[in-house]
Design a protein. Sequence first.
Length: 72
Amino acid sequence: MGSFTLSIREERCKGCELCVSVCPKGVLAINKDKPNAAGYFPASVVAQDECVGCQSCVRMCPDVAIRIEKKD
């Protein structure tokens, strides 16, 4: 595991939690401490090394705020 890098474009995220609900490894969580510029609490990566690159979060995100890249 740990062959992927997951990133969140926090400025686009509306905190809907759909990505959190579909992640099989618990990689994502909503950051209740820091709202983005629009006032939403965005998702954040809490377990980067657990990402298996399944793309479930990417497909589920209605705001196209998530990207997964394969590490070299």
